[in-house]
Design a protein around this ligand. Structure first.
Ligand code: GDP
Ligand code: MG
Length: 162
């Protein structure tokens, strides 16, 4: 059984960009429109010698109704299916109330969870990460999914026990 990595976080933090990088595909739609990926999307990838399955989700925005609620449900299902959750936040936008809501859910869920601060290209990663300690998920990891920075070492570390 391959380890399953779920990408969760509010819309527009870069989940689909990371999914594409982890699967080396253009399959997940990437766009400036928040909420474009509505359903769970599965891909296979490999970093070094490690194969894995990765799940992209639409995201949880915190004011769910209608289609947003469906997206949020898909995210919760993906968390259930995963061995590892990568909780993405936006290092440029800073801490957001929806991030806090997702963090609360993940803490209750007891899943192996990594806090990933994305979009740290061109900004100081330590400054970008500082806000997010308040989420209580532990030590954040800075990446730039669009450029691949930090992605291989993150996956190496995350998959080490598998
Ligand atoms: P999702 O809604 O969480 O799936 O986010 P997307 O992957 O669709 O990305 C949302 C926006 O953020 C797009 O315009 C991406 O190009 C941009 N983005 C994603 N990763 C990065 C990054 O590492 N750096 C920067 N500067 N922008 C990024
Ligand atoms: Mg997406």
């Amino acid at each position: 059984m391959l380890p399953v990595i779920a990408l969760v976080g509010r819309p527009n933090v870069g989940k689909s960009t990371l999914f594409n990088r982890l699967t080396r595909s253009r399959d997940a739609l990437v766009a400036d429109l928040p909420g474009l990926t509505r359903d769970r999307k599965y891909g296979e990838g490999r970093v070094g010698d490690c194969d894995y399955i990765v799940i992209d989700t639409g995201g949880i925005s915190g004011d769910e109704a209608g289609i947003d609620q469906r997206m949020a449900e898909q995210s919760l299902l993906a968390i259930d299916e995963a061995d590892i959750v990568l909780f993405l936040v936006d290092g440029r936008a800073g801490l957001n109330p929806a991030d806090q809501m997702i963090a609360d859910h993940l803490r209750r869920n007891n899943k192996e969870c990594w806090l990933v601060v994305n979009k740290t290209d061109g900004i100081d990663p330590d400054t970008a990460m500082a806000d997010f300690y308040a989420l209580g998920i532990g030590q954040p990891v800075a990446i730039a999914a669009a450029h691949g920075r930090g992605v291989t070492s993150l996956i190496d570390e995350v998959l080490a026990p598998f």
